[in-house]
Design a protein around this ligand. Structure first.
Ligand code: PEP
Ligand code: MN
Length: 347
């Protein structure tokens, strides 16, 4: 942190700033210049909060030399983090895992059929919601605990890793008992109590960007999980609010390389919620892989038109199979590949 004094700041005002810095527990370092004086902080570990100094007499501005997030930053850890699930699927390397499945678990038959079809097409993890954060309280809220059992059955049948959402603190531990990866959804990205809890559950986390969240806010949300000792976090772009209702969200492809530049955490993309329109999902998915996404999350249902949630953005078996084939070509063109099932999980 560096405090820039006004050109006309008096010696007394500079001294008052130095005293304030000392009171914060740091050593002030006045740096007189030809035009103005700046005051640096010796011992600043990046956590100093200078908000109160900004308001002091004679202060022009306070500059922060590092990002507000720390453990999530490349500055903290330059090399990429590899997140590995119990089944052996890993995120952050050259291989790009595809997570796919229906928005909601609807029945054992549905989720097992979905698991088989996404595995056949090339996915390595099954995503299905047991607890659904729905905009309307009258919409299908998910089957709850029985759906977790159905997901476990689908894993036993196919060897796919299970990704499912923890909606609240009360249910998070139950979710973590079954899930190989715990999803924190867009609506909960800033639910700090939940983030702290999932940081302590000991399971890898898929943290989705809030629908109006900046990249800094996303990384600060990840910081909550990391700060509890859980470094196994995959971030996910899922579209942000725009002004045009023609698509559900604006899929922010630029967030993929931007986050990867700022953070060592793998950055996934969810083109399904990103655009929210079935016919547009493949193009957005291809763009995400071309932009360097470390994983994809795609909604797929054996019969999308009968889906209990998000059917309009859900791919059917044929479209998904075609998409994965196209993604292989794009991944290869970028020096990567679509991940196959780890040996231990393929059967
Ligand atoms: C979902 O993944 O089904 C979901 C509800 O996504 P989001 O939290 O991104 O809206
Ligand atoms: Mn959904």
């Amino acid at each position: 942190m560096l405090v820039m004094m006004r050109r006309d700041a008096t010696a007394g005002q500079v001294q008052a700033v130095c005293d304030a810095i000392s009171a914060m527990g740091f050593t002030p370092l006045p740096l007189p210049g030809t035009v103005r004086t700046a005051v640096g902080l010796v011992g600043d570990d990046g956590q100093a909060d200078g908000t109160h100094i900004e308001a002091m007499a004679g202060v022009a501005s306070v500059l922060y030399d590092s990002k507000p997030y720390r453990q999530a930053s490349r500055e903290w850890k330059p090399e990429k983090t590899i997140v590995t699930l119990a089944t052996g699927v890993s995120f952050g390397g050259d291989e790009i895992p595809i997570i796919a499945g229906p928005c909601s678990v609807e029945s054992e038959a549905q989720i097992v059929a979905a698991a088989r079809l996404v595995k056949q097409a090339g996915a390595v993890a099954l995503r299905g919601g047991a607890y659904k954060p729905r905009t309307s309280p009258y919409a299908f809220q998910g089957l709850g605990a029985p759906a977790l059992e159905m997901l476990a059955i689908a894993r036993a049948e196919t060897g796919l890793a299970i990704v499912t959402e923890a909606l609240d603190e009360a249910g998070a531990e139950r979710v973590a008992e079954v899930a190989d990866m715990v999803q924190v959804g867009a609506r909960n990205m800033q639910n700090y109590a939940l983030l702290r809890l999932v940081g302590r559950l000991g399971k890898p986390v898929l943290l989705k960007r809030g629908m109006s969240a900046t990249i800094t806010e996303l990384l600060l949300a990840a910081e909550y999980v990391l700060n509890e000792g859980n470094g196994q976090v995959v971030l996910c772009e899922r579209g942000i609010r725009g002004f045009d209702g023609a698509t559900r969200n604006v899929f922010d492809v630029s967030a993929i390389p931007l986050v990867q530049k700022q953070s060592h955490l793998p950055m996934a993309a969810d083109p399904s919620h990103g655009v929210g329109v079935r016919d547009l999902v493949p193009a957005a998915a291809r763009a995400a892989v071309a932009a360097g996404a470390d994983a994809l999350l795609i909604e797929v249902h054996p019969e999308p038109d009968r889906a209990k949630s998000d059917g309009v953005q859900t791919l059917g078996p044929e479209a998904f199979t075609k998409l994965v084939a196209d993604l292989r070509v794009i991944a290869e063109a970028t020096g990567r590949s679509i991940a196959g099932l780890p040996a231990a999980a393929s059967r």
